[in-house]
Design a protein around this ligand. Structure first.
Ligand SMILES: Nc1nc2c(ncn2[C@@H]2O[C@H](COP(=O)(O)OP(=O)(O)O)[C@@H](O)[C@H]2O)c(=O)[nH]1
Ligand SMILES: [Mg+2]
Length: 403
């Protein structure tokens, strides 16, 4: 009797266990499929985050054509995982990287070439650190960004790794990408109608040129763009904007020379609202007798825009000239202290050895770089892609030539 009871208990336990296992397996497969749906939704909602989240793991290839892909700082390299990234994405990245490289030729001849010399030696060891520190701190990337990159190499790599140039490059790339990727979602131009973009910056940095290029780009996508000639200091400024507007095929609202910039910009935004335009892009003057006068004027412009369309401007971008090096960082800080800046455009990267300043600007301001200017022509405005920028900046194919 006792034996029969024991057998019954054992059989019941086995059946119970079996049912439990079946249930668990069912739950797992359900949660896996709902997670993959979630990932797909998130993937479409935030396409700009893809380069950072992507985990491309490749072994460093000394002397190879492609540099190791940048990786987030915290992630350790997995030497055994050779899985290539999807071919389509690789191709798109290569294309963007090549486009950036053309505009960064001079910058790559600056501190990047010095780094190349440092790591190009046949034998490198831990003594490389003081030399690396000097190159970084004398580059135009600003002391904070220099310190961040230096510390990531010093603390993140062991003694043996410091003799391995591809590993040092990978660390520098990863930290640079992390500095540049401030995690901002892409601008959704259709979020408002009209979407009002205010463009600021000191005289001569390239505001009007950038607005002209951007207007052409967006008008080319079928958007109805209105330009506001808010630089009323010189008639030539409005005329310059009109030339760009003609190329882009969009109207310009302009006032009298020496008139009130706020009233011109108010009229333009009002017209955008009345006519149901998609975008109003407002140019401004970058000169006034004093810095306080300029900031007061720009604050007034912002208040007036809000009167013409409550909640506007929806983005306020600051344009900075890369050729001014660390001055650009100082300018950016001055403007940011006085008002909200939501995006940055860096111009004249084609004519500057100081393009690394972009690292200092992002590190100080934590504001996304939206576009870069790599020339004076209509097509010389490129959407900024941190991963492609870093790949182009530190591509060791030609760095070897600097040895
Ligand atoms: N090489 C180069 N020149 C540029 C770029 N962007 C603007 N410029 C030039 O810089 C000068 C000043 O530009 P402008 O738009 O008038 O500056 P603003 O005073 O800020 O409006 C002009 O001669 C432009 O052609 C660029 O990305 N590369
Ligand atoms: Mg101008």
């Amino acid at each position: 009797m006792v034996r029969e009871l024991v057998t019954l208990v054992v059989v019941l336990s086995v059946v119970g266990l079996f049912i439990l296992l079946l249930r668990r397996a069912g739950e797992n497969s359900r949660s896996r499929s709902s997670k993959s749906v979630q990932e797909r939704v998130v993937g479409t909602a935030a396409p700009e985050r893809a380069p950072r989240e992507r985990k491309r793991k490749r072994k460093p290839q000394p002397g190879g054509k492609r540099p190791p892909a940048p990786e987030p700082e915290e992630e350790e390299e997995d030497e055994d995982d050779d899985a290539p990234a999807p071919a389509a994405r690789e191709a798109a990245d290569d294309e963007t990287t090549e486009a950036f490289k053309a505009g960064l030729a001079k910058t790559r001849g600056g501190f990047v070439a010095k780094l190349g010399k440092l790591f190009g030696k046949k034998k490198i060891d831990a003594d490389v650190l003081p030399a690396l520190e000097e190159v970084l701190f004398t580059a135009d990337i600003g002391p904070r960004a220099a310190d961040r990159i230096f510390e990531s190499v010093k603390k993140g790599l062991g003694k043996d790794d410091l003799a391995d140039a591809p590993k040092i490059w990978a660390k520098i790339r990863a930290t640079s990408t992390a500095i540049l990727d401030v995690g901002a979602p892409p601008v959704d131009w259709s979020a408002k109608k009209p979407f009002v973009l205010l463009v600021l910056g000191v005289n001569g940095v390239g505001k009007t040129t950038t607005i002209g290029k951007l207007a052409a780009l967006l008008a080319g996508q079928g958007k109805r763009v209105i330009l506001a000639a808010g630089d009323t200091f010189r008639a030539a400024a409005a005329e310059q904007l009109e030339v760009w507007a003609k190329r882009a095929g969009c109207p310009v609202v302009r006032g009298k020379e020496g008139g009130d910039p706020s009233s011109v910009i108010f009229d333009a935004v009002k017209r955008g609202v009345d006519e149901g335009a998609d975008l109003v892009i407002c140019d401004t003057a970058g000169r006034l007798h004093t810095k306080t006068d300029l900031m007061d004027e720009l604050k007034k412009v912002r208040r007036v825009i809000d009167k013409a369309m409550p909640g506007a401007p929806h983005e306020t971008w600051m344009v900075l000239d890369a050729t001014t090096g660390q001055n650009a960082i100082t300018q950016a800080k001055t403007f940011k202290d006085a008002m909200e800046i939501t995006g940055i455009v860096i111009t004249k990267l084609d004519g500057s050895a100081k393009g690394g300043v972009i690292l200092g600007i992002c590190d100080e301001l934590k504001v996304p770089v939206r576009y870069i200017g790599v020339g004076e022509k209509l097509e010389d405005l490129r959407p900024f892609d941190p991963a492609a920028f870093v790949a182009a900046l530190y591509d060791d194919t030609d760095i070897a030539a600097a040895e």
